[in-house]
Design a protein around this ligand. Structure first.
Ligand code: HEM
Length: 383
């Protein structure tokens, strides 16, 4: 995809992907244009006003777990929902999780040490680490993580289609949450779910649908992204042995290495979408009300007008203003958490297994629309 994006940036930065009499789809590929799109209030998120999607039809127990999901709505709903959870994800609050994240990383590494090489860095490390962390933060039992993984995968895969599997998994996910909420109401804990339940009971801040949607969003966001940050960055480093050596020689480079991993193989890869609320001119193109406008994050992050040698992995890159976490009001809520998890994951991995190396040459990328992540990443932990 990267050469294709490069051609578009040069030749048609606002690219008409499909043009029909009633609706067109555009792809925006340049860094400055993507930022402008994401901050313009006339490009909105709420597609419910325009289309009937699988997510809208998948109701269960009279609850719609996609209704008013913070990621998909506009102010003032967005402002209210974001305010409710923001305090849990501030950098200062997140920093307090550091010792626990180190402990989880070390436990997973100790288990990997017991296994005979090769091991799968994703199944054994990059996947469980963020899941355990987000589960503990929310207050959902991390033993149930295989179920969350399946539900999460189905929802991501079916986001544009109406599939039987999708309906079944949505129902299972919904009734799971119903039981969990009941249990938590009787036995409140010091966790995010308890706080959200209290807000819902007070009635003004959060509806029932919004409660479910928020928890589903946080579980999915916690499942589908940080795992790729860890694995993609390690893969990029394996592909650039000089950069891996630099990091091993100077572990203080871990934070810039994570930032460069985010830029180089952005986990939210292909695009984030907005809908045009009104007819408008946008960099020489006429966009009409109801048009879908896709912003390519990975293309923006490799724009040669913004980044020097963008196809080069450089963990010492200065002014790395990538937009892997988005931009504007929907800027990733979990960014401080993802950054901290990424930093600890790499630090602990490289200090535990200094000899770590790839054991397969061409690991496969998952074919999930929007996200960039590997199916597996087989590694040898010893030389
Ligand atoms: C929003 C990327 C980790 C929760 C976003 C957006 C991006 C993004 C690009 C904006 C989407 C848009 O504008 O349409 C990432 C990446 C991650 C990551 C690359 C890991 C490397 C997380 C984690 C959580 C999380 C760990 C939760 C704990 C959210 C939420 C939103 C969001 C709730 C919606 C915010 C809003 O609508 O105001 N993320 N994310 N993300 N992310 Fe993340």
């Amino acid at each position: 995809a990267y050469p294709f994006f490069k051609k578009l940036r040069q030749e048609q930065p606002i690219f008409p992907m499909s043009q029909q009499s009633d609706q067109s789809t555009w792809l925006v590929t340049k860094y400055d244009d993507v930022k402008e799109l994401l901050k313009q209030p006339s490009f909105i998120k709420d597609q419910k006003k325009l289309f009937q999607t699988a997510a809208n039809q998948a109701k269960s127990d009279d609850v719609n777990i996609f209704e008013n999901m913070m990621l998909d709505v506009d102010p003032p709903d967005h402002t209210r929902l974001r305010k409710l959870v923001q305090p849990f994800f501030n950098p200062k609050t997140i920093k307090q999780l550091e010792p626990r994240i180190v402990e989880i990383a070390d436990q997973l590494l100790a288990q990997m040490e017991q296994k005979s090489s090769p091991v799968d860095l994703i199944d054994d490390y990059a996947f469980p680490l963020p899941i355990i962390v987000i589960s503990e933060l929310l207050g959902v039992p991390s033993e149930d993580r295989d179920r969350f993984r399946k539900w999460s995968n189905t929802i991501i895969a079916a986001s544009n289609e109406f599939e039987t599997d999708f309906i079944e998994d949505v129902e299972a996910f919904t009734s799971y949450l119903t039981s969990l909420f009941e249990e938590r109401k009787q036995h409140p804990q010091d966790d995010l779910i308890t706080k959200l339940l209290q807000a819902e009971e007070e009635g003004e801040q959060l509806s029932k649908d919004e409660l479910y949607s928020m928890v589903v969003l946080l579980i999915i966001a916690g499942h589908e992204t940080t795992v790729n940050l860890i694995a993609n960055t390690m893969y990029a480093l394996f592909q650039h042995p000089d950069q891996l050596k630099k990091l091993k020689d100077d572990p203080s480079l871990v934070e810039p290495a994570i930032e460069e991993g985010l830029r180089y193989y952005s986990p939210v890869d292909f695009s984030t979408a907005r809908w045009a609320q009104e007819d408008m001119a946008f960099h020489g193109q006429t966009i009409r009300r109801g048009d879908l406008v896709l912003a390519s994050i990975s293309s923006a992050n490799r724009d040669e007008d913004k980044f020097e040698n963008p196809s080069q992995l450089d963990i010492t890159r200065s002014r790395n203003a990538h937009i892997a976490f988005g931009y504007g009001i929907h800027f990733c809520l979990g960014a401080p958490l993802a950054r901290l998890e990424g930093k600890i994951a790499l630090e602990r991995l490289l200090s535990t297994f200094p000899q770590i190396h790839l054991s397969e040459n061409n690991p496969e990328w998952r074919t999930v629309f929007l996200l960039r992540g590997l199916e597996h990443l087989q590694i040898q932990t010893k030389s």
